[in-house]
Ligand binder design. Structure first.
Ligand code: ZN
Length: 152
């Protein structure tokens, strides 16, 4: 493994062991749940959205290291961002993990630690679960999203 991969591994394990923004959110005005039946990952997400800005975010989840770390990293990445910015970031993140595009690395920041999942198609769903759930929450879709029906 290269030094960079070692570093990425460390970032993922750190977020898996000590998830940021974990728990429920009392003042949430958006909520969605996501499931990835292929791996058994589940994510519940709470958002406090005001004036088009994600003011606060929290999540609970059970699942593999990738899904938990991804949810934790996402929560850090989207806090304080406008909804359009969150959606643009998801686009970039999705392209990165699906290996479809070379993306601006600076903008993705720490999220790049998950770029390795492109080598493992099943893991892509683990990495995108929290993001799909985020999208559902922002859309106000009060339903359980599942990666089974989506493309990734
Ligand atoms: Zn998983």
């Amino acid at each position: 493994m290269s030094e960079l991969q070692d570093l990425y591994q460390e970032v993922i394990l750190d977020h898996y062991r000590r998830p940021r923004n974990s728990g429920t959110l009392d003042h949430a005005n958006r909520h969605a749940e996501g499931q990835n039946p292929l791996c058994g990952d589940e994510v519940k997400l709470w958002l406090d959205v005001e004036d088009g800005v994600v003011k606060d975010v929290s999540f609970t989840g059970v699942g593999c290291a990738i899904s938990t770390a991804s949810a934790s990293m996402m929560s850090e990445a989207v806090k304080g961002k406008r909804i359009e910015e969150v959606e643009a970031l998801f686009e970039k993140f999705h392209k990165m993990v699906a290996g479809r595009d070379v993306v601006d690395s600076e903008e993705l920041g720490k999220l790049q630690a998950l770029s390795g999942v492109r080598e493992f198609p099943l893991r892509v769903k683990c990495a995108t679960l929290a993001w799909h759930t985020m999208k559902a929450a922002l859309a106000g879709a009060d339903e359980v999203v599942t990666t089974e029906t989506g493309d990734e």
